[in-house]
Design a protein around this ligand. Sequence first.
Ligand SMILES: NC(=O)c1ccc[n+]([C@@H]2O[C@H](COP(=O)([O-])OP(=O)(O)OC[C@H]3O[C@@H](n4cnc5c(N)ncnc54)[C@H](OP(=O)(O)O)[C@@H]3O)[C@@H](O)[C@H]2O)c1
Length: 229
Amino acid sequence: MPERPYTLLSCSVSLDGYLGDQTPRLALSNEADFDRVDGVRASCDAILVGAVTVRTDNPRLLVRSQARRDERTARGLPPSPAKVTVSDRVDLDARSNFFTAGAAEKLLYTSSPRVADARAKLGPVATVVDGGSRVRMRRLTEDLADRGVGRLMVEGGGTVHTQFLADDLVDELQLVVAPFFIGDSSAPRFVSDGRFPWNAGRRAKLADVTQLGDVVLLRYALSHRFQDA
Ligand SMILES: NC(=O)c1ccc[n+]([C@@H]2O[C@H](COP(=O)([O-])OP(=O)(O)OC[C@H]3O[C@@H](n4cnc5c(N)ncnc54)[C@H](OP(=O)(O)O)[C@@H]3O)[C@@H](O)[C@H]2O)c1
């Protein structure tokens, strides 16, 4: 069985556990934390987000710092990590930043029946990967490992978080808590319902707590592979 990439799930939540409100790209975090996240991105081989995040936030998912891009280039890597998304509807715009920004590879995983449509729509801008009858994150990560991804950063949204966490595929959770409430139960949550490996009887290991201005970063070690860097 192929080894999975070291998988780090990074996100910011409001005090009441939401990923944002209904508007695109609500800033939960602050500049100091954006810079920290930029450093984490620069340390990874690939960044994965769900298709709703691609559609609503239109993220570029690039390393922002020129020094970090130069450092990657000097190591023989592309300036920014590869980008990975997953979709079944394949209602994605080939002109969105996910596909157009940066030179690194873009990968789209979809289920077998959707592959032909996905290739017709997005073949020129992405590598479309057949994820089988239903895309499962474990198999997806194994496929990424086969493609040379040793370190994967998962950056949302909640539907993707839920699958990675419930399937016990996350080695490290980096959770930033913003100092305000969203207060809208229809807003996207950190995770949706699921059976998670951590519960009242099996508590996750809190590895580190860092204050960054008005937000706090909580780092959890979720597997024996946790790298205390
Ligand atoms: N605060 C943060 O750090 C942060 C980070 C990222 C995102 N966000 C927010 O999170 C929200 C989006 O979260 P979300 O939970 O609604 O969506 P999401 O996780 O970004 O994307 C979900 C979509 O991904 C595709 N997908 C997921 N699992 C799949 C599977 N196994 N097989 C096939 N396709 C699969 C489906 O796309 P199709 O519908 O195309 O089939 C699904 O609708 C946005 O509001 C965004 O702003 C916040």
